[in-house]
Design a protein around this ligand. Sequence first.
Ligand code: ADP
Ligand code: MG
Length: 653
Amino acid sequence: MTKKQRTMLLRIIVAAVLTAVLALLPDVSILPLGGVEQGILYYLVVYAIIGYDILRKSLLGIRNGRVFDENFLMVVATIGAFSLALYEQSGDYLEAIAVMLFYQVGEFFQSYAVGKSRKNITELMDIRPDYANIEDEDGNLERVDPDDVEVGQIIVVQPGEKVPIDGIVVSGRSSLNTAALTGESLPREIGEGQEIVSGSINMTGVLRIETTKEFDESTVSKILELVEDSASHKSKSEDFIARFARVYTPAVCYSALALAVLPPLVLMLVMGAEPAWQTWIYRALTFLVISCPCALVVSIPLSFFAGIGGASRNGVLVKGANILETLSKVKTVVLDKTGTLTLGVFEVTAMHGPHCEENPSEEARAALLEMAALAECASSHPIAKSLLRAYGKGIDHGRVSNIEEIGGHGITAIIDGQKVAVGNEKLMRQVGVDFCHCHTAGTIVHVACEGTYMGHIVLGDIVKPHAAEAIAALHESGVVRTIMLTGDAKTVAEQVAAKLRLDEVYSELLPADKVQRVEELLASCGKSDKLAFVGDGINDAPVLTRADVGIAMGGVGSDAAIEAADVVLMDDDPLKIDKAIRISRHTLRIVWQNIIMALGIKGACLVLGAFGIANMWLAIFADVGVMILAVLNAIRAMYVKNLGYSRNCVKTH
Ligand code: ADP
Ligand code: MG
């Protein structure tokens, strides 16, 4: 509890006790000055204790020209109730105090709950590293600001510490807790030569890491930036509430005025009856208390915030409330193949000579692989990385120049002064080289040198372990179409699509074709049905921006993808696509529950109030009650652990 909350609680308790004493006292006039207007002085003191800040805020509001807000409603209602009691000589001041007291109880609860859940969410996201350890010449560790560490420097991470910067492990073995990043609670083993991402926690061994990025560019900084930004992107429902409150509160005030004035006038002038001013003024004041809009104003942003927090706990970063809203309406999911549905970690399964001969000589194989690896040495495409890994030796960058990567085709480069092309059939046609069709299943990388065909390398990719489950889960959640787009050959594409039971597949697409295909799909979607594109950002970043919701694979994905995407899946697990959709629907459901509940209960009370059935006590209970329910409901958006996958979607480790 903050200091402010503690004072508030103290004020509530003091005021509640004093109110109880005044209520139980058989006769106030036995107290000194208690005879003045049925002891109004005592009631005013209690009123001041509990309500002075509301009075102040409403005066400030009036001075700043923003007259109509909740504070104003409460002040008018309570002062009105005081005046009525005074005028009627009834001594019934308790009501005014109770309204203020309960209103403050509601405010206190709300500030406590909101503060608590915000803290929970940010704590869960507590991944910001405070320092990095660097070694000086004597081998002593020195703590420095992670911002000051340069690329290529060695940092040391001890057990229990957060990894501050992305890099490669140069020595040591350990297990990592990546829960804060990926939502995956199982520790991950890591050893020499492996990439390590910042934000994970080193659990067992000492790791020495050569940094590959600056702190600002590291995963942890990117994530924090995303989450911090996400709060500033308002959703349409949030806008709706802000606009709603601007119109609603003045409307309520004028209606209350009308309720106080018109019926008595009609009674008096038209029907010639008693005007009954007090009755109608009282009803108008009750009306004001009932219609206070705080439940909505508080609970809707809180629901979205909780939803985003819940998603990030599950390793899904959502860049804003508006995105959560769009995500909940997704009916078409378009997926990239390489790196999204498949691991993008290719194994060389075969190498064939220029005439498709199955067993070229050892030298011919070595030459083929070397040429491919040299050409691919600067590319970040999964194919390039896999070829470099298969080659396994260091690259002499001096031998390669003029590297040109042609999206959806492959690479051309000059190696040892010779023009080399490495890529698919499209590329071979483009450079005008005759090649042989390979009938082996797999991704084929053809190699040509100085216009002569050298042979090809057959690469096999592995479908991600959860890919089939992920597609099944999407279908089960009511996604109508699942479509795969790929630049890879038709045979491979169809094989994967059949295995995963995708609805449609389009293959051999260039990056621009993917954009065009998505445009067509967008045009064929219904107006309220949204389309999500899931990719890794390699050759598909433009599509990520073009789709209604762009979902990027954060782990293998390029920085460009993470920037372009609306949603980032931290652990590259395709099952999280469905999880993200479920979280968004869960959140939106809660938002609408709150809107309907609040408006419904308030509407009913307003009608009762207008007919004089509801009194101010009922009004304040309705107001505070609805707010407490709405806030509790909003917090549910954060807890999305068990959204109930069907049995075949249970995660297997
Ligand atoms: P996907 O749509 O499956 O993610 P891409 O659009 O990235 O695939 O690439 C499509 C095809 O273009 C690949 O299957 C490959 O044949 C070829 N290609 C693209 N980049 C490269 C590269 N760097 N080296 C070799 N081939 C490449
Ligand atoms: Mg790709």
